[in-house]
Design a binder for this molecule. Structure first.
Ligand SMILES: C[S@@+](CC[C@H](N)C(=O)[O-])C[C@H]1O[C@@H](n2cnc3c(N)ncnc32)[C@H](O)[C@@H]1O
Length: 269
């Protein structure tokens, strides 16, 4: 079988968060019962993913707040068994929880492939940002970045408002295509494909719209890793995620574009 490579995967280990950010890109504060699967299920998802995908450029662990999981070390231990199939391994955290010694131990096998991002939303929210950064920096070869999301010179100028809610108004196809062509997710970021509950979504906003029953999950945009047999066909279907000319979600979304209005990051509800 042909080698199947994906540019990147955002692997969501929880949608629970200890912050309640109004413009949260993954809508963490808007769930009554946020996604928080068992360790067993997440290990199954990792194994299934690497049964299908031979190689991934970037494996990014995100949430919610991933460090809320005290079994994060076990999740990372499992990902590291596929180390030879991953170019870069990343964790994004909000700087509010100091990583355990066991988590640090689990990260070490990734060596120079490690990219650890500590988002600093200010002293009232990212209460341990500097300590988290300092502890990560003890890992030999890791690239650790403390991202300023609170001063007058915020990372990327601040956050965007994707504009997704039950009240979002559907635009026409021409507008959806125009948005797709300038949105960083499908363009600069190679789609930012994410995995939640065993499903691959070509865009996080698409997942939210499916949840809100505003769009139907289209088989060329959403792919269930546990549906169907493991054969070449499954890979062809996933490859289709990358061939679309726009996503159904683009008709409702403002996107994250160079000219998007920027807002103060992590404003609390
Ligand atoms: C959803 S967060 C989860 C990881 C972690 N809890 C954190 O806050 O860093 C993942 C990334 O998305 C960014 N993000 C969240 N909402 C955003 C928005 N509306 N616009 C731009 N970036 C956003 C965060 O700053 C973070 O870097």
């Amino acid at each position: 079988m042909e080698n199947f490579s994906m540019p990147k995967l955002a692997f969501y280990v929880t949608l629970r968060c200890n912050l309640r950010c109004k413009l949260c890109a993954v809508y963490a504060p808007y769930y009554e019962h946020p996604y928080h699967p068992t360790l067993e299920f997440l290990l199954k998802c990792i194994d299934r993913y690497f049964e299908i995908v031979d190689h991934v450029g970037l494996f990014s662990v995100s949430g919610g707040e991933p460090l809320l999981r005290d079994d994060l070390d076990s999740i990372i231990d499992r990902v590291s068994t596929y180390d030879d199939r991953i170019d870069r391994f990343e964790i994004i955290t909000n700087g509010s929880i100091i990583p355990s010694d066991s988590l640090i131990r689990s990260l070490k096998p990734f060596g120079p492939k490690l990219n650890l991002l500590v988002d600093d939303y200010g002293l009232d929210k990212s209460v341990h940002a500097q300590e988290v950064t300092d502890k990560f920096r003890l890992i030999p070869d890791a690239r650790v970045t403390l991202r300023d999301y609170h001063s007058g010179d915020m990372h990327c100028g601040g956050w965007v408002d994707y504009g997704i809610s039950e009240k979002s108004i559907k635009k026409d196809i021409a507008a959806a295509k125009a948005l797709f062509n300038k949105c960083s997710y499908p363009q600069k970021l190679d789609f930012c494909t994410s995995m939640v509950n065993g499903k691959l979504y070509s865009c996080t906003q698409l997942r939210r719209l499916v949840e809100l029953n505003m769009i139907e999950p289209d088989p060329s945009e959403v792919f269930d890793l546990f549906e169907g047999k493991l054969d070449e066909n499954i890979r062809e279907k996933i490859k289709e995620l990358y061939d679309v000319k726009f996503l159904s979600a683009c008709a409702y979304c403002n996107g994250i574009c160079d000219d998007s209005v920027r807002y103060k990051a992590a404003e609390q509800i």
